[in-house]
Design a protein around this ligand. Structure first.
Ligand SMILES: NC(=O)c1ccc[n+]([C@@H]2O[C@H](COP(=O)([O-])OP(=O)(O)OC[C@H]3O[C@@H](n4cnc5c(N)ncnc54)[C@H](OP(=O)(O)O)[C@@H]3O)[C@@H](O)[C@H]2O)c1
Length: 307
């Protein structure tokens, strides 16, 4: 199939592009670094001319403030409009686990997506608005929306690959600062597993939404598993919430001084302190999706990271 991947130069996008090509698909990539900007429809239109399937991944993914609504919502609107105009046979919209908000004591599934009015950050607000926009387009386009959870693994070290940036720091400092004393429970998914599920969406029933996650594990568990697979004696440092928030302010300030992108800033620190538990049961049933264990994924990631 002739596939267009917006955001195909990014962390998840580059793994998806590789997988589609391995399966014999003809792939075109659209991203700013290739001359296409989703906020400028004229730069995008030529990429849609022959596209039979469109995977929309392009998004502004960063902790610093930025034009999130413009890129992630208006950009999606442009992509949907072009997909309709060029009568693409298949559209896969990559949303995010963040649109659900924290799971508290429960487990999120795609069957119940909470109405939200409060957000932590411009990113999660824009992904939520983008999801609502895509939902309104479901009647007009044969589309699936997927919600990957916290994606990690080998690939470009963009801000999207947050977990590997964090693991690198743990390995270098030999200390793992654990928010909420390590109690928050997140859902971690290996990048190749998400890419495989995206390819499988080409044969899914249009209109369906899928959570694409792996295991629900606490940050304390994540540390223990990474320490085991890396065989590096990383000391866990469970931080009370107040200390972690103060650390985020320090990180923000020090990254500004060094001119680098921070791992966290005060608004994203709030994400770290929450539970984000998910079930991918529907993707398993409908797509034949399977996700590797955290230990297996961390082990491959650690080999790729080197010493
Ligand atoms: N990483 C995760 O844990 C995670 C979890 C859930 C959902 N997601 C979603 O998965 C998608 C990919 O995320 P990622 O982690 O791969 O992020 P990423 O590495 O930052 O990739 C973002 C991609 O979007 C492109 N892009 C950004 N602004 C653009 C614009 N204005 N016009 C065209 N292209 C633009 C970037 O390329 P240029 O810089 O060259 O433009 C890059 O190819 C996003 O939609 C994200 O919300 C990610």
């Amino acid at each position: 199939m002739r596939c267009l991947v917006t955001g195909g130069t990014g962390f998840l996008g580059s793994v998806l592009v590789r997988r589609l090509r391995e399966r014999g698909h003809d792939v075109t990539v659209a991203s700013r670094s290739r001359g296409q900007d989703v906020t400028r429809i004229r730069t995008l239109e030529p990429s849609f001319r022959d596209a039979e399937a469109v995977f929309h991944l392009a998004a502004l993914v960063q902790s610093r403030p930025g034009p999130f609504l413009k890129v992630n919502v208006d950009g999606l609107r442009n992509v949907l409009e072009l997909a309709r105009r060029h009568r693409v046979a298949r559209m896969v919209h990559v949303s995010s686990f963040t649109i659900f908000g924290p799971s508290g004591g429960g487990i999120h599934t795609e069957e119940r997506i909470p109405e939200r009015t409060e957000f932590f950050h411009g990113y999660d607000q824009s992904k939520y608005e983008a999801f609502r926009l895509a939902s309104r387009w479901k009647q007009r386009l044969p589309m699936n929306t997927v919600f990957p959870t916290v994606v990690y693994g080998p690939g470009p070290m963009t801000e999207g690959n947050l977990l590997v940036r964090l693991l690198r720091r743990w390995k270098k400092l030999r200390v793992a600062a654990l928010p909420g004393r390590g109690a928050p429970c997140w859902n971690f998914v290996y990048v190749d597993d998400v890419a495989e599920a995206l390819v499988r969406c080409l044969d899914a029933d249009p209109g369906e939404n899928f959570v694409l996650g792996g295991e629900n594990r606490t940050l304390r568990d994540l540390h223990a598993a990474f320490r085991r697979v890396s065989e590096v004696p990383i000391i866990p440092l469970g931080l009370p919430d107040g200390w972690f928030r103060a650390g985020a302010r320090l990180e923000d300030w020090s990254a500004r001084l060094r001119g680098i992108s921070p791992l966290l800033v005060p608004s994203t620190a709030e994400f770290f302190l929450q539970n984000w538990r998910f079930s991918s049961g529907k993707a398993r049933t409908h797509l034949g999706y399977s996700a590797r264990s955290l230990e297996e994924g961390l082990s491959s990631t650690n080999r790729w990271m080197g010493s």
